[in-house]
Design a protein around this ligand. Structure first.
Ligand code: HPA
Length: 244
């Protein structure tokens, strides 16, 4: 079976999606964050979408996650890879490195987070025990291995509401809850992908130590770590799309 891939591209990489004109896609949930582009990785065409809009105009809590996932599905994607920048809480990895988380905690609120919203005549309760697609996670990890990229296998991604970063006490609480990474965008994206039947996994690009955990200001950390995380992600993706 051939898989068609969508890539939802997060902060710090707005020029990645490609420079073809892009397709404006309408969905039952409204418009996605941006036109959907096609990016060529080796012989593979990948659908790409800038999660925060072109020009990074949409903060995490106003993104139309439903329209983003549904638009990619409508154009034929049956697997979606989310690129999500995160801060790291525990010692699993360092800023500048990457991870493929295997679990999620959701602290977001007020987002349109489900297609089963009671307005469309159908209610369903998806099984979300394992929030990421294991097959896709394994393939991403194999690609990292092939590319010689150090990539952490697993860890718990806590999704916060943003757009502000956390207080040090909030990070302590998240660690007590079991979180390893903090980001603002994996939820409800992952749940909606499960609801619409699209495989989903996330490449967590670690760009800073979480609040209260580093010895430099967070934004300095982000500035000095983003490029390394991006390069690692690009090497992984190139190896991944060479293999599919
Ligand atoms: N907290 C929340 N979201 C983030 C962070 C963080 O430290 N870094 C990148 N996205």
């Amino acid at each position: 079976m051939t898989t068609s891939f969508g890539l939802i591209i997060g902060s710090g990489w707005e020029n990645l999606p490609g420079n073809d004109p892009g397709a404006e896609v309408g969905t039952a949930y409204g418009k996605p964050s941006a036109p959907v582009h096609r990016l060529q990785f080796g012989k593979t065409h990948v659908l790409t979408l800038a999660r925060h809009g072109e020009g990074h105009s949409l903060p995490p809590h106003v993104i139309n996650y439903r329209a983003n996932v549904v638009a990619l599905k409508k154009l034929g994607a049956d697997a979606v890879i989310g690129l999500n920048t995160v801060g790291v809480i525990t010692g699993l990895r360092e800023p500048g490195q990457i991870a493929i988380p295997d679990q999620l905690l959701d602290y977001t609120w007020g987002r349109e987070h489900t297609i089963y919203d009671g307005r469309r005549g159908k209610v369903a309760h998806i099984d979300f025990t394992e929030p990421f697609s294991d097959g896709l996670r394994r393939e991403l990890l194999a690609a990292a291995g092939k590319a010689g990229v150090d990539c952490c296998d697993g860890g718990v991604y806590a999704t916060t509401q943003g757009p502000r970063l956390e207080t040090a006490a909030e990070v302590d609480r998240l660690e007590r809850d079991g979180a390893d990474y903090i980001g603002m965008t994996a939820m409800p994206e992952a749940a909606i992908a499960r609801e619409v039947g699209v495989h989903y996994a996330c490449i967590a690009m670690i760009v800073n130590r979480a609040a209260g955990r580093g010895d430099v200001p967070i934004h300095d950390d982000v500035e000095s770590s983003t490029l390394a995380a991006r390069n690692a992600t690009m090497s992984l993706l190139e190896a991944f799309f060479e293999a599919v």
